[in-house]
Design a protein around this ligand. Structure first.
Ligand SMILES: Nc1ncnc2c1ncn2[C@@H]1O[C@H](COP(=O)(O)OP(=O)(O)OP(=O)(O)O)[C@@H](O)[C@H]1O
Length: 257
């Protein structure tokens, strides 16, 4: 499916990162990262393994602490935020993990209800049912409501994982390698779903991927993390219009070999 033209507001940002640094001992991973995410935008983050892409989104969502720099998410400075405010902010951030992180002992329905019941205890049974049915419909898996995760394919688990994130109606989605380990057809379906989520839920998203088809079909903008900083940003064609030997292999490996 062709990428739909979104509703990106380039006058409004939901994430602003300036001078972000993070080291683990002598390993200097993020070395002064600057990045903005615009309202309604899908931003794809590329970079070699170990460059710190996952560390970056963990810092954005408050799962890891920055060493220095500023990380503003929906106007809140997460480097100095209180635990209570962070908990509240996290409700606006949907984190789609690589392994889908479903509870294997619960049905799809229970998996989807779980974050709702925990975070919105006053909802009625009917409101919970409607919310579950709505997100399942959004990811095209209404028929799986009573199934166990073990009965689902990898692509279906990925979709349910995304649905479970969407049920809290986050403003920001963070996707960590959404197509990893999936066959090419299922990858295309997940890419389409990411674009549908952007349109339907008006989310702003960061998508970490090594999959160039995913980058091309979901990214309004691509940012490449090189040596601890974002050194190339632009649309897909712009970032790969280069002879930089650190950048070209991403493209060549996927599209030429
Ligand atoms: N909690 C931690 N403690 C120590 N080192 C860590 C921690 N988290 C990440 N690292 C290190 O930081 C580096 C960056 O890790 P990260 O997972 O962000 O890489 P990545 O760019 O997402 O890689 P990949 O593409 O392989 O997923 C790695 O060397 C990793 O070992």
């Amino acid at each position: 499916m062709k990428k739909p033209t979104g509703h990106i507001d380039y006058n409004d940002t939901v994430i602003n990162i300036r001078g972000l640094k993070k080291s683990f001992g002598d390993l200097h991973i993020l070395r002064g990262v600057d990045l903005d995410l615009y309202q309604g935008e899908n931003l794809v983050v590329l970079g070699r393994s170990g460059m710190g892409k996952s560390v970056l989104i963990k810092i954005i969502s408050g799962l890891l602490k920055a060493d220095s720099g500023s990380v503003k998410v929906l106007g809140r400075e997460v480097t100095t935020i209180s635990d209570r405010d962070l908990q509240e902010l996290r409700l606006d951030i949907g984190f789609s993990f690589q392994n889908s992180a479903l509870y294997d002992s619960m049905t799809v329905r229970k998996n989807l209800e779980f974050p709702l019941v925990r975070n919105q205890p006053k909802l009625t049974r009917a409101e919970i049912d409607t919310a579950v049915e709505t997100v399942l419909d959004a990811v095209g898996l209404s028929q799986t409501i009573n199934q166990m995760p073990s009965e689902l394919s990898g692509g279906q688990r990925k979709r349910i994982g995304i649905a479970r994130t969407l049920i809290l109606q986050p403003k920001i989605m963070l996707y960590d390698e959404p197509t990893a380990g999936l066959d090419p057809i299922t990858c295309i379906e997940i890419n389409d779903l990411i674009n549908e989520v952007q349109q339907r839920y008006k989310t702003s998203s960061i998508i970490i991927t090594h999959d160039m088809t995913c980058a091309k079909s979901t990214g309004d903008r691509i940012a490449i993390l090189l040596d601890g900083q974002f050194q190339r940003q632009g649309n897909f064609d712009e970032v790969f219009d280069t002879d930089d030997s650190r950048v070209k292999p991403f493209y060549d490996y996927n599209f030429i070999q």
